[in-house]
Ligand binder design. Sequence first.
Ligand SMILES: *[C@@H]1O[C@H](CO)[C@@H](O)[C@H](O)[C@H]1NC(C)=O
Ligand SMILES: *[C@@H]1O[C@H](CO)[C@@H](O)[C@H](O)[C@H]1NC(C)=O
Ligand SMILES: *[C@@H]1O[C@H](CO)[C@@H](O)[C@H](O)[C@H]1NC(C)=O
Ligand SMILES: *[C@@H]1O[C@H](CO)[C@@H](O)[C@H](O)[C@H]1NC(C)=O
Ligand SMILES: *[C@@H]1O[C@H](CO)[C@@H](O)[C@H](O)[C@H]1NC(C)=O
Ligand SMILES: *[C@@H]1O[C@H](CO)[C@@H](O)[C@H](O)[C@H]1NC(C)=O
Ligand SMILES: *[C@@H]1O[C@H](CO)[C@@H](O)[C@H](O)[C@H]1NC(C)=O
Ligand SMILES: *[C@@H]1O[C@H](CO)[C@@H](O)[C@H](O)[C@H]1NC(C)=O
Length: 478
Amino acid sequence: MAGRLFLLILAVTAELSLTVTTAGAVGVNWGTEASHPLPPSKVVELLKSNGIAKVKLFDADPKVLRALSGSNIGVAVGIPNSMIKSLNASRKVAESWVHDNVTRYFNGGNRVRIEYVAVGDEPFHQSYGNQYRPFVIGAAMNIQNALAKASLGSEVKVVVPSSFDSFLSESGRPSLGHFRADLNKTMIELLSFLTKHHSPFFVTISPFLSFHQNKNISLDFSLFKETAQAHKDRRKTYRNSYDLSYDTLASALSSIGFSDVDIVVSKIGWPTDGAANATSPTAEVFLKGLMAHLEKKTGSLLRPPVETYIGSLLDEDQRNISSGNFERHWGVFTFDGQAKYGFSFNHNSKKLVNAQNVQYLPPKWCVVNNNKDLSNVSAKALEACAVADCTSILPGGTCSGIGWPGNVSYAFNSLYQQNDHSAESCDFGGLGLITTVDPSEDNCRFSVQLDTSHSSSQIPHFFQSWLLLLLFLLSVPF
Ligand SMILES: *[C@@H]1O[C@H](CO)[C@@H](O)[C@H](O)[C@H]1NC(C)=O
Ligand SMILES: *[C@@H]1O[C@H](CO)[C@@H](O)[C@H](O)[C@H]1NC(C)=O
Ligand SMILES: *[C@@H]1O[C@H](CO)[C@@H](O)[C@H](O)[C@H]1NC(C)=O
Ligand SMILES: *[C@@H]1O[C@H](CO)[C@@H](O)[C@H](O)[C@H]1NC(C)=O
Ligand SMILES: *[C@@H]1O[C@H](CO)[C@@H](O)[C@H](O)[C@H]1NC(C)=O
Ligand SMILES: *[C@@H]1O[C@H](CO)[C@@H](O)[C@H](O)[C@H]1NC(C)=O
Ligand SMILES: *[C@@H]1O[C@H](CO)[C@@H](O)[C@H](O)[C@H]1NC(C)=O
Ligand SMILES: *[C@@H]1O[C@H](CO)[C@@H](O)[C@H](O)[C@H]1NC(C)=O
C-alpha cells in the first residue's frame, strides 16, 4: 500500500515537472465565487490529472490550501481587495495575515508550495476609482516585511495583479503604449517595489475584451488565425491581438523606465457564454492558438512572459456581472469540472480530463406549470433572476434563443438549483412545477447543481433540516 502510494507520488511529480520544463509555466486561476463550489479535493485531482503545475487563488481559504498540501503544485495565494486598506494601515495586521495564511503552510511534511502572495484582485481596475489605489503599495510593502520576518522573503514573492485596463495605446500602435494617466505615479512605485525584490509584474492580457470593446480588432485577429489582417506599427507587423496587447504593455513599462521586469500574464482566456462570439468552439480555437503561440517562443514579442495563468479553471455563478454576463463563464471546465471543449494543458494528452465521481443533487428540475394562467409569470422570472444566475438567457447567451416561457423555466430552475431543491424555491405563487424530465434542449443546458451537503460549511443547513423535521413530527397529532 505504502509502496503503491510512493509510486503514485513519483508519477504525479514526474508529470508535473515535465509540464513545467516543456510548455513554459502555464497555470490556471482557481476562483471560488460559486454558489456550489466543487470540493477542493476534487479540484486538486482535476489539476493533477490535467498536468496543471501552477494555480492562482483569490484568497487563502484553509480548505483549499489543505487540499493543495503535498501536491507540489505552485500556488499564488490572494488577498481580497477589501483587506488592502487595513494591510496598509498596520504592520501587525500584515504579520498576522502572513502567519495565518503563508507561514503555517511551510511547516511540517505536507507543505504547500506557495510562490506568490497576490495583493488584491486587479485593485487598479477603472471601475474601482481610487477606492484601493492609494493603499496597495503600502499593503504590499507590509506583506513583504512580514514575509521577511518569517524568513520567507526570498521564497515567496509579493505581486499586485494589474488589470487589462491599466495600460493602453489610443492610436492602437503598441510602440506608443503607456499606463493609464491616473496610474502613472502608482505604477512607478509598484515597479520600483517589484524590481527591488526581484518580483515579476502580474497583468491581465485580454484579447477577448479587446475584441469585445474595440471595433478595430477582428475576431480572426483575436483567434490567432493566419488569415487575419495584420496591424502595422512602424516596421513591425502584428499578426494577432495577443502580441499587440503584450507589446503595448511592454512599451508602457519601458516608458516609465522598467524595460527589464519579468512579466507574468496572470489572467488570459475566452468565455463561453454571455456575449456574442463567447462560445465553446471560439474559446477552443483561442486557447489552442495561444498555447501554440507560447510554445513557439518566437513571434514579435519584445519579452515573452515567464508564466501564464489561464482564466479560469471553472465557471463561477456568483461573479459580479457589472462588466458583462460573460464574467460567469470563463471556465475551461463547467462549474462541475466537465471539459467544455477539446484542449490540453499537457503535451502528453490531447484531451482535458474531467473531474471524477462528482456528487450532484438528484435529477430534478423546476419549470413553469403550463396548466396555469401564465399572464404574470414573467415578473416571477425577474424576481428569480435577481438572485439566481440568468446570464445564459440574456442577449448573447447560449439559451437566449429558447423563447418564452422556456426562458422563464430556465430562471425558475436556476433559483431552485441554487436553493438545493427546496420545495419553496419552486413555488413562484403556484406557477412552478418540479419535474424529473430534463428540460435541456440543444446547446441550452438546464443544470442540476452539485450536492455540497457533505462539506463542513453546510452543517448549519443540515441541522436546520433536522430541526424542521423534528418540528414537523411534533406537530403531527398522535
Ligand atoms: C498607509 O499606511 C501608513 C502607515 O500607517 C499611513 O501613514 C498612510 O497614510 C496610509 N496610506 C494612505 C493612503 O492612507
Ligand atoms: C487569512 O485568509 C483568510 C482567507 O482569505 C482570511 O479570511 C483571514 O482573515 C486571513 N487571516 C488573517 C489573520 O488576516
Ligand atoms: C485599425 O486597424 C488597422 C489594421 O487593421 C490599422 O491600420 C489602424 O491603425 C487601426 N486603427 C486604430 C485606431 O487602432
Ligand atoms: C508618466 O511618467 C513618465 C516618467 O516619469 C513621464 O515621462 C510621462 O509623461 C508620464 N505620463 C503621464 C500621462 O503622466
Ligand atoms: C460572432 O458574432 C456575431 C454576432 O452574433 C455573428 O454574426 C458572427 O457570425 C460570429 N462569428 C463567429 C465566427 O462565430
Ligand atoms: C459589482 O461591481 C461593481 C463595480 O465594481 C460595484 O459597483 C457593485 O457594487 C458590485 N456588485 C456587487 C453585488 O458586489
Ligand atoms: C396579474 O397581475 C395583476 C396586477 O397585479 C392582477 O390584477 C392579476 O389578477 C394577476 N393575474 C393573475 C392570473 O394572477
Ligand atoms: C423571455 O423571452 C421573452 C420573449 O423573447 C422576453 O420578452 C422576456 O423578457 C424573456 N424573459 C427573461 C426573464 O429573460
